[in-house]
Design a protein around this ligand. Structure first.
Ligand SMILES: Nc1ncnc2c1ncn2[C@@H]1O[C@H](COP(=O)(O)OP(=O)(O)OP(=O)(O)O)[C@@H](O)[C@H]1O
Ligand SMILES: [Mg+2]
Length: 213
């Protein structure tokens, strides 16, 4: 049975897709069968690859498998708002759950949300509601490493606290070992009892162990 990991972020643009793609590549190099799912996406057209394209390139899947075209909205707003603006049907929680499904032979599926924990993702769900319905074995919370991250991580962990049996794995994206604030942020969050990572390699290592256990 596939292990499901929900990739949440403290907000938009923190690096959910970037980190997920890096982790997927590392897991594949270890010989694991992986899948990526972005159950719905919205973006400004003409500004680089979509999340589904980035994730699919990393997992070895077609972007339309990663995110169905019916759930893809070319307007940079939360998906149900973008759908409304385009006069198209907004995705529903049931539709997103169907889109998050991967073949049973896959060892690990990374499912990326959209925006932050309380950002709307369907007509009837925010990211926390989607994550809870997915019942993931783990949540990977991607955060920035700099100013404001303690508040953002604490609030996100509070919101996501009940969705998986284990506490979220936190990764401080764009962490610089020579930045004193980054190091202090890591230490303070670790004192909360959180598992804090500062690189994708160690995240991949933990997730490989979860998938193989
Ligand atoms: N550690 C990093 N090093 C270099 N570039 C990065 C890093 N993390 C993120 N980026 C770049 O920053 C931008 C935003 O990252 P990304 O798209 O992963 O954010 P996101 O949280 O998935 O955003 P969204 O909420 O839109 O899904 C992208 O262009 C990405 O390539
Ligand atoms: Mg993304």
């Amino acid at each position: 049975m596939t292990v499901t990991v929900f990739v949440a972020g403290t907000g938009t643009e923190v690096g959910k897709t970037y980190c997920a793609a890096q982790v997927l590549r590392r897991l594949r190099r270890r010989g694991l069968r992986v899948a990526a799912r972005k159950p719905t996406q919205s973006f400004a057209p003409g500004q680089g690859p979509t999340d589904a394209e980035v994730l699919g390139a990393a997992s070895g899947e077609h972007p339309d498998v990663v995110c169905p075209p019916a759930h893809t909205f070319e307007v940079p707003m939360a998906p149900p708002m973008a759908a409304e603006a385009l006069g198209r049907p907004a995705p529903t929680l049931a539709g997103l759950l169907a889109a998050a499904t991967a073949p049973p032979e896959v060892a690990l599926t990374l499912v990326e949300g959209a925006g932050g924990p309380r950002s709307p993702i369907a007509a009837d769900a925010d990211n926390v509601a989607l994550a809870a319905a997915l019942r993931p074995q783990r949540v990977l919370l991607v955060a920035d490493a700099g100013l404001g991250t303690i508040n953002a991580v604490r609030l996100s962990c509070e919101a996501l606290g009940e969705v998986s049996p284990a506490p979220p794995l936190v990764v401080l994206n764009r962490f610089s070992p020579t930045d004193g604030l980054h190091a202090r942020n890591r230490d303070w969050l670790a004192r909360d009892g959180l598992e804090v990572h500062i690189d994708v390699e160690s995240v991949a290592s933990v997730l490989a162990d979860v998938a193989e256990s």
